[in-house]
Design a protein around this ligand. Structure first.
Ligand SMILES: NC(=O)c1ccc[n+]([C@@H]2O[C@H](COP(=O)([O-])OP(=O)(O)OC[C@H]3O[C@@H](n4cnc5c(N)ncnc54)[C@H](OP(=O)(O)O)[C@@H]3O)[C@@H](O)[C@H]2O)c1
Length: 278
């Protein structure tokens, strides 16, 4: 049976494990958190996983990785260096390290765990309900069979897109961070509806259902420009709204936002690389 250790299982680690276990409930999963409170909350969400808090057992991380096929690293980026240094002596040579940290380069992980096969992934939070997007960039030490197994595991969490590591900053800009842009637009639309006199509850209900409907339509027809044009009659209400978005700079704003996230990802790589060397 495939075994997974999840070291640092907060928002993102939990989202991925939920998606993976939903798809394959029989996996051997061990997960760690720092605090007992987080471990307890996680236990309620992942009843089949063995969960330990480092606060209760300082050896919890090293114990969890023993004999694991895949070790998911879900601590904050700035904690990655100390966490991987701590784990490295307990890893089997075939154990694949799977880092989900934004802004931590594979070359730095290779320096922290020399010889370990490493996969850098960049997921997003809809992974918890099987609708995530997960970029996957394995290094040369990862066997093809391990890449295939990992792809299959992660497919329970959403769309898995293999790519070179150099594309991860751009992917972070549109997808890893991208879900939040849709949330921001939803917030702004709810506020707009409330300004026009709708109750917050009604506005929220309608915006959420509209976002769901729009997402489903795009899944059927992945051409947002065509879908937009099909609802934009000349002289109509939708075109009046869309012109307002476009005249206010929605395209350059989105481009700048995507670039800001990608640039920040590269900046973080440089900062974290300095921490690994230091
Ligand atoms: N959130 C996103 O949308 C997103 C998207 C893509 C990538 N990521 C990446 O995912 C990683 C985690 O982010 P997150 O948002 O999930 O953060 P988070 O919710 O704060 O989760 C961090 C987890 O690490 C645990 N932890 C802290 N110290 C630990 C230790 N010494 N040993 C074991 N576990 C420890 C925390 O436990 P406690 O709760 O007890 O402190 C918590 O479970 C980051 O590297 C981030 O870059 C996140």
């Amino acid at each position: 049976m495939t075994s997974i250790a999840s070291i640092g299982t907060g928002n993102m680690g939990r989202a991925l494990l939920k998606g993976i276990l939903e798809h394959d409930p029989d996996l051997d999963v061990r997960a760690t958190t720092n605090s007992s409170a987080s471990a307890q909350a996680l236990g309620a969400e992942l009843p089949t996983a063995a969960i330990t808090a480092v606060e209760e057992d300082p050896e919890a991380n090293r114990k969890a990785v023993q004999g694991a096929d895949f070790v998911f690293l879900g601590v904050k980026p700035w904690m990655m260096a100390e966490t991987v240094r701590e784990l490295a002596p307990a890893l089997s040579p075939d154990t694949v390290l799977v880092s989900m940290a934004a802004g931590v380069a594979t070359s730095d992980l290779q320096r922290l765990a020399p010889g370990s096969p490493i996969v850098r992934i960049m997921p997003n939070t809809p992974s918890a309900i099987g609708h995530g997007v997960i970029a996957l960039a394995p290094d040369d030490a990862v066997a093809e069979a391990s890449v295939a197994t990992l792809q299959e595991l992660l497919s329970g969490a959403g769309l898995v897109v293999p790519m070179p590591e150099s594309d991860i900053p751009a992917m972070t800009g549109i997808s890893g961070s991208g879900v939040a842009y849709f949330f921001l637009l939803a917030e702004a639309m709810i506020a707009g509806g409330v300004k026009l006199g709708l109750s917050e509850e009604t506005a929220r209900q309608m915006v959420v259902a509209t976002a769901d409907g729009a997402g489903r339509l795009m899944t059927h027809n992945p051409d947002p420009a065509a879908l937009r044009q099909s609802v934009s009659s000349k002289g109509g209400t939708t075109l009046a709204a869309l012109d307002t978005f476009i005249d206010s700079g929605i395209f350059p704003i989105a481009e700048a936002a995507v670039k800001a996230a990608a640039d920040r990802s590269l900046e973080m790589e440089a900062e974290n690389s300095a921490a690994v060397s230091g």
